[in-house]
Design a protein around this ligand. Structure first.
Ligand SMILES: Nc1ncnc2c1ncn2[C@@H]1O[C@H](COP(=O)(O)OP(=O)(O)OP(=O)(O)O)[C@@H](O)[C@H]1O
Length: 291
């Protein structure tokens, strides 16, 4: 082994050890469109097994960040590693393809094919990545994924136009789960849902994350989602991630946008709701202990 090969091996091992707990690592990311710089020197780590909420004002580049990670946007500068693999600019080779199989994406609005049924939509990634799986098994997998998201089996043969907003999101989620991913990207999954539908979707996300051991990258404007299911929250502002932490940790920072966002009227309402829930749960636990 030459000195260069040995050094490359050492670097690979060091990177693997360092990235053992990290599902996604973004370093020095820069994205721009013409004169508009959306990201500059953006760093972010997403830990394995966490639900990371990504927040920021409209147009701060949350979706562009997600697209950069999944290879739909080639950054001007920077590095993106997913499960320790360098992803920038090499999405066509076999190793990168193997990583792509490990994630599922729910785009804003669901992005379902309108001319395909729900089941056919779920089968699209299976056809693409596992062409040797036959139609019978493919149907079975699709039916299973549809049930996993809480949709009734009868939703399978329906077309997107025949579904409610909440059902469409679940159908998109079923498609995102089609390949048994380790990593799930959700872009504003509860946008447009009524509060009960949104809370049910959040519950489903948490349950799936826990049962399947998923890592979830979740873009949202929904404070209830942040409070109820996110382990940590990353805040995008000033072209970068200005802070990452639990909501309590973020509240301790005196950045004006963070204070306005979490301590504004909606933030206070969400905090009060969570405090009420926690109080109720503690009281129930105490009552159980006395019985
Ligand atoms: N393909 C593109 N071409 C040109 N500009 C783009 C493109 N994609 C995104 N942008 C610009 O990049 C900026 C960030 O967009 P992005 O969709 O990531 O924002 P966001 O934080 O997700 O916003 P929102 O919360 O409103 O969904 C916006 O100003 C948008 O106009």
């Amino acid at each position: 082994m030459t000195t260069d090969e040995r050094q490359a091996k050492e670097e690979r091992i060091e990177r693997a050890v360092a990235s053992d707990d990290i599902a996604i690592s973004v370093r020095g990311l820069k994205n721009s469109f013409g004169d508009q710089t959306v990201h500059e020197n953006l760093d972010l780590d997403v830990r394995k097994g966490e639900i990371l909420g990504v927040v920021g004002g409209s147009g701060t580049g949350k979706s562009v960040l997600m697209r950069s990670i999944i290879g739909l946007q080639v950054p001007d500068e920077g590095e993106v590693h997913v499960f320790g693999e360098d992803m920038v600019g090499r999405l066509d080779d076999d190793e990168a393809l193997a990583i792509r199989k490990r994630w599922g994406v729910l785009f804003q609005g669901g992005a379902l094919f309108s001319t395909l049924t729900v089941a056919e939509n779920v089968e699209v990634p299976i056809r693409e990545y596992y062409p040797n799986i036959g139609p019978v098994l493919r149907d079975e997998i699709a039916a299973y994924k549809i049930r996993m998201t809480g949709l009734p089996a009868e939703a399978g043969p329906k077309y997107p136009a025949e579904l409610s907003g909440g059902m469409k999101k679940r159908a998109g989620l079923a498609r995102a789960l089609a390949l048994d991913p380790d990593l799930l990207f959700l872009d504003e999954p509860t946008a447009g849902l009524d509060p009960i539908g949104a809370a049910a979707f959040d519950d489903q996300t948490r349950k799936l994350q826990e049962t399947l051991g998923l890592t979830v990258f979740l873009i949202t404007h929904d404070l209830d989602t942040l409070y109820s299911i996110c382990d940590r929250v990353a805040v995008l502002a000033d072209k970068k991630v200005i802070a990452v932490g639990t909501i309590d940790e973020l509240l301790a920072l005196d950045h004006p946008w963070i204070q306005e966002y979490f301590n504004g009227p909606r933030g206070r309402a969400a905090t009060a709701a969570v405090t009420r829930e926690r109080g109720k749960a503690a009281a129930e636990k105490q009552a159980d202990g006395r019985q």
